[in-house]
Design a protein around this ligand. Structure first.
Ligand SMILES: [Zn+2]
Length: 293
């Protein structure tokens, strides 16, 4: 089976993007895996520290591994927004395929130093195991959490002067040795309920990809306009993160099931409605990222 790194480079060459979808439970995982399988596309499952704290790091890794082996399927697991070397170690020991060390809020020098520590650790484990665990670094702050927003998160790097600068990206990649870069390009975590998220800076994406020399990851995909996604992918984005839209779909599914069956108490009769709602979102996003429509 192809390694994640190869698949990302291939996606980049084809000007498409691999979907990275977060889960908090098995309903989410079932939905994402079903959607990917039906479209026959590789997929990355993400868990933040909060999400893996609920499911369990080793338990999440075991679930993904079981799907990969049973179906011989390119499904990968990423430790999303991990804030300490300690947590990174936990993920690597559990068998994750990729980790994101999130130093986006730190001053650049400190971010470089801490990210490099992570890279050195992960690469030494990879070398001893004969695996290729990917390390993603974050440069620029995208706001805190995957939720419904009423205003732009405080401190999010959204103004042109706050976006990740190409020369900083170049320095950051060179000095840390990361495999993937998550920049601030007008994107934020979370989404607005009734209006699309702010526009991405497509020109900046192009410049960053050239300067960084490694594939770029788009975070905060929820709420971004379709045409912005396509332009961003053409400009050099090869992985897209979606979370808030899935959380919203989960809740919508649960609400609908409870409304339809107010007396129902059996989780496996209530949760399929959440699976269906999440699957619809994943399908739509995967088709768009792979230009299948
Ligand atoms: Zn993110």
């Amino acid at each position: 089976m192809q390694q994640l790194k190869q698949l990302i480079f291939e996606a980049e060459k084809k000007r498409i993007a691999i979907g990275h979808f977060n889960i908090s439970d098995i309903a989410g995982l079932k939905a994402i895996f079903k959607a990917a399988q039906e479209l026959n596309l590789p997929v990355i499952i993400g868990v933040s520290e909060g999400e893996s704290g609920f499911v369990g790091m080793r338990q999440t890794a075991a679930l993904i591994k079981s799907l990969r082996e049973e179906f011989d399927y390119p499904i990968f697991l990423n430790s999303d927004h991990t804030h300490s070397l300690e947590k990174i170690k936990e993920a690597v020991e559990a068998g994750f395929d990729a980790v994101l060390f999130d130093g986006g809020k730190l001053p650049i020098e400190e971010n470089i130093q801490k990210t490099k520590e992570v890279v050195d650790y992960v690469k030494s484990v990879s070398a001893s195991q004969g695996t290729d665990i990917l390390v993603e670094g974050e440069l620029g702050y995208l706001g805190g959490s995957s939720k419904i927003l009423t205003e732009i998160p405080k401190d999010a790097s959204i103004n042109k002067e706050d976006l990740t600068k190409p020369e900083q990206a170049e320095q950051f990649v060179k000095e840390t040795g990361i495999d993937l870069l998550a920049p601030a390009i007008g994107n934020i975590h979370g989404m607005f309920k009734n209006v699309p998220n702010p526009n991405l800076n497509i020109k900046r994406i192009k410049k960053l990809r050239e300067a960084a020399g490694v594939p770029l990851v788009l975070h905060g995909g929820s709420g971004i306009r379709d045409e912005d996604f396509l332009a961003a992918i053409d400009a050099g984005i090869s992985t897209v993160h979606i979370n808030t839209e899935l959380r919203l779909a989960w809740r919508k599914g649960i609400d609908a099931a409870l409304k339809d069956m107010p007396e129902e108490i059996t989780p496996y009769k209530i949760l399929p409605s959440a699976v269906e709602e999440i699957k619809k979102v994943v399908e739509k996003r995967m088709k768009l990222f792979n230009k299948l429509d």
